[in-house]
Design a protein around this ligand. Structure first.
Ligand SMILES: O=C[C@H](O)COP(=O)(O)O
Length: 266
């Protein structure tokens, strides 16, 4: 499988996204985004795209702050309903997220797959819903420990990629963000080695080339997620097919997250 060359990599702007998960209420969200905005410079924004994926209850506050202060921090949600409206208690729709001017929405995070029984079919419907309403999906894929121990991480993850992108046309898929998150490395402190991350991220890019074209594969950003911190981000980002990170725990500490955004300085 052909991996991207470093030259192709430079054409992709790194995306550092903080997934807050179920943390920070709307007041804490404002304080946190203000800290990020204060710390991040024009130089940072030119070099790296920074985003926060926040709880639904925080979105309006974050939108007001970002709009009001014309911040360059992007924001989005952690999930999206596959339905546009109707009797779906507890769900939040694409039109609602679009109205809040979300840029991104995470789809198929392993915690959604594990605790909410989200299948590849459901993820595919959510990817469609995101594109239908002008949102960019961050499709999360990755294997559990049993799969890793069996050495099946590449075929397992590629099957999730195929399922999530099933019948998604190239003019949409060209903007997708793929987050490779080995489940065994999430919140455990067990970070995958840079070589582990590259093995699967390289395979994902090669598969995108097979599904679409090399040109499309070369422009899609592939993130690594799983216990990313300031201390390990540089080595992971040095891999040719890793274009950013989806950061959980470390994104709750504004100073740490800013260091991750400045991965080149670490
Ligand atoms: O979405 C983020 C991932 O689940 C990684 O979380 P973590 O950085 O706390 O391991």
């Amino acid at each position: 499988m052909a991996a991207a060359t470093p030259t192709e990599k430079t054409a992709r702007t790194p995306l550092m996204a903080g997934n807050w998960k179920m943390n920070l209420n709307h007041l804490e969200a404002i304080a946190h985004v203000q800290k990020l905005a204060f710390a991040l410079t024009e130089k940072d924004h030119d070099a790296v795209e920074t985003a926060v994926l926040v709880p639904f209850t925080d979105l309006r506050s974050v939108q007001t702050l970002v709009d009001g202060d014309k911040l360059k921090i992007k924001y989005g949600a952690q999930d999206i309903s596959s339905h546009d409206s109707g009797a779906y208690t507890g769900e939040v729709s694409g039109p609602m997220l679009a109205k809040l001017k979300c840029t991104y929405v995470a789809v198929g995070h392993s915690e959604r797959r594990q605790y909410h029984a989200e299948t590849d079919e459901i993820c595919n419907a959510k990817v469609r819903a995101a594109y239908k309403h002008g949102l960019t999906p961050i499709l999360c894929i990755g294997e559990g420990l049993d799969v890793r121990k069996a050495g099946e991480q590449v075929p397992y993850t590629l099957a999730q990629l195929d399922g999530g992108l099933k019948d998604i046309p190239a003019d949409q898929a060209e903007s997708v963000v793929i987050a490779y998150e080995p489940v065994w490395a999430i919140g455990t402190g067990e970070v995958a080695t840079p070589e582990d991350a590259q093995e699967v991220c390289g395979a994902i890019r090669a598969r995108l080339a097979e599904l679409y074209s090399q040109e499309l594969a070369d422009q899609v950003r592939i993130q690594y997620g799983g216990s990313v911190k300031a201390g390990n981000v540089a080595a992971i980002m040095a891999q040719p097919d890793v274009d950013g990170a989806l950061v959980g725990g470390a994104a709750l500490d504004a100073e740490e997250f800013v260091k991750i955004v400045r991965f080149r300085d670490q």
